[in-house]
Design a protein around this ligand. Structure first.
Ligand SMILES: [Zn+2]
Length: 458
């Protein structure tokens, strides 16, 4: 992640220099993610996804027990929390016994971040990432190098099911802002040469920029598109409404991050004329699932166990995750705030891991700007919320946005600045910003939290 100084400098660079700077950052990521250990893990994962039910269960039992003991012995929070709840670890013999452990909520971590890091690791040597804040509570996550490699190996194993490799050229509809708002002429994309990918500035996708984007896509080959489905949908809808065509099709589109409705997916499929695949994961790396060829989400049993508990009258169930892929900061029986629809029968693809037909609850609204842009991935702004327990973006009127914040005791005026800065960076200056400090943020009628709410008709 760039700091404020390098970011300001980057914004002043001409296009070729910005490409070099994006690529150099890409080189750093490439070295961190795709080393020999990654390659080794990926090959191993491609074999273990075909394990039998017995092997899968055996693997989950052994690793869940290991991480619980590791957490109790080296993570201060778990030691005192389990003691407080009278947990007897001897009684936890397999994954069925996990239900005897209390459920971990995000705000516990938020209140005690230092207490969650295992004493087996030096904090300074760990890799720090911020969660995107889709559930309204941004977190700092610390990972080991090994965990980063495993996480990326799990991502790429899912992509490999569709013939993709890390060398394939891709177009990213991501959260980063490669092009500043003041920049009103093409190119609206920047290159990361080391990872063979191009970042499109999703905040620049509009009726005005559409001809340039279409020309670029039709003249450049991509193996796949990847990123926020809501951003890809926004582009697809503009293409359809303007009766344009994409001739140069990628092989597949990979969705990550947020969710969209099935009618929106259908529109993307029609406009781009290619299959879609989805991956479910989170920065905490507590649980991940990837689509198979038959469009079911398979639990990545090599690093997690996912419990689900029914909510009244709905097929969709609350997901509780236990992950053992990151010894530096283990998440045990973690309520991540997402929901999924489990399928009891086996998948016809032949993999024996538990499956879900859909993941629900990550549906975010767009923020609409007065100049007609639909901004996606705006939950990314919320990760800059400091000293907040919960945070939400709410748009009631076209010219105004409200930040609803449940502050902690340290919250002050200065904490508004990064939120304003990050919002302006994406939306520009046409929208007024209002802050509401509240005791509680209202959930939807189904009891879910929505990080971004818009009441503007789309
Ligand atoms: Zn399958």
């Amino acid at each position: 992640m760039m700091n404020r100084f390098t970011e300001k400098l980057y914004q002043k660079f001409p296009y070729p220099l910005q490409n070099i700077s994006v690529s150099l950052y890409g080189l750093k990521l490439r070295r961190q993610r795709y080393n020999r250990s990654f390659q080794f893990m990926l090959e191993k994962l491609k074999r273990s996804e075909w394990e039998s039910k017995f092997e899968i269960l055996e693997h989950q039992n052994r690793n869940a027990i290991r991480i619980i003991h590791h957490a109790y012995e080296t993570v201060p929070f778990y030691k005192s929390w389990y003691d407080e709840h009278g947990v007897n670890l001897k009684q936890i013999q397999n994954i069925d016994d996990l239900k005897n452990l209390p459920i971990l909520k995000k705000d516990y971590i938020k209140k005690n971040p230092e207490q969650f890091i295992s004493s087996s690791f030096q904090k300074g040597k760990l890799i720090r990432t911020l969660t995107s804040g889709t559930t309204g509570t941004p977190l700092e996550v610390f990972q080991t190098q090994e965990s980063i490699n495993l996480q990326w190996a799990v991502f790429w194993r899912a992509r490999a099911r569709f013939g993709l490799t890390i060398h394939d050229k891709h177009l990213m509809f991501g959260a980063r802002i490669p092009v500043t708002q003041s920049h009103q002429s093409p190119p609206f994309w920047r290159h990361d040469y080391f990872n063979n990918r191009v970042y499109i500035s999703t905040n620049h996708i509009s009726e005005k920029t559409l001809p340039f984007i279409i020309e670029y896509l039709n003249e450049h080959e991509f193996d796949f598109y990847v990123g926020y489905p809501s951003a890809i949908y926004h582009l697809a809808r503009l293409i359809k409404e303007n009766d344009n065509r994409i001739f140069n099709r990628p092989k597949i589109i990979v969705f990550g991050s947020d969710a969209i409705s099935s009618s929106q997916s259908e529109l993307i499929k029609t406009v781009f004329g290619v299959p879609l695949t989805e991956f479910y994961g989170m920065v905490e790396f507590a649980g991940t699932m990837g689509h198979c060829e038959h469009k079911n989400f398979h639990v990545d049993h090599e690093h997690c166990y996912i419990e689900h508990s029914a909510i009244n009258g709905s097929g969709s169930q609350k997901l509780i995750m236990t992950g053992w892929g990151n010894d530096a900061m283990p998440f045990i029986r973690y309520d991540v705030g997402d929901y999924g629809t489990p399928v009891e029968s086996d998948c016809t693809c032949g993999r024996q891991t538990p499956i879900f037909s859909s993941i629900d609850g990550r549906m975010e609204d767009y923020i609409t700007t007065p100049d007609g842009r639909k901004l996606t991935g705006m939950n990314q702004v919320l990760k800059y919320g400091r000293n907040v327990l919960e945070i939400q973006l709410h748009q009631k009127h076209l010219h105004e946005i409200e930040f609803n914040i449940v502050p902690d005791i340290y919250f002050n005026e200065d904490d508004k600045k990064p939120l304003i800065r990050e919002f302006r960076k994406r939306a520009g200056n046409q929208i007024q910003i209002k802050f509401n400090l509240v005791n509680e943020i209202k959930k939807t009628s189904k009891g879910k939290f929505k990080a971004v709410i818009s009441e503007i008709d789309s």
